[in-house]
Unconditional design. Sequence first.
Length: 143
Amino acid sequence: MIASERITVPVDGAAHRSARTAANVGHVCTGLAAIFLAFDSVLKVLRLGPAVEGTIALGYPLDSVHWIGVIEFVCLVLYLVPRTSVLGGLLLTGYLGGAIATHVRISSPLFTHTLFPVYVALVLWGGLYLREKRLRALVPLRH
């Protein structure tokens, strides 16, 4: 059989475009979350002023700022590598849960500070869900 004689199966164009659009939106969400988390982790790893001041204001010792940034960065790298993206998402969820607990402990404002890690997690998991077919198969949304 030559290439011109191959049997082709018609592809539903709308479904293909929809899947491609979902994947593109997922990559944008992933990019937004990654930019924010990378910026935050680099500030902490380099112990730059705003990160140090903010972390100390939250009640953490100066020595922990660097290691908090390293942990965040490692989780982010795992999230960005396709093979380990779900593991990275789970680890970042734990990291963000710690941020929520910290803000609850010091009675930060609810919608602007305490729930901000929830907003980041929604973008992070939304991006992962839209770009990762295996995750959609594991956790299907019902109509």
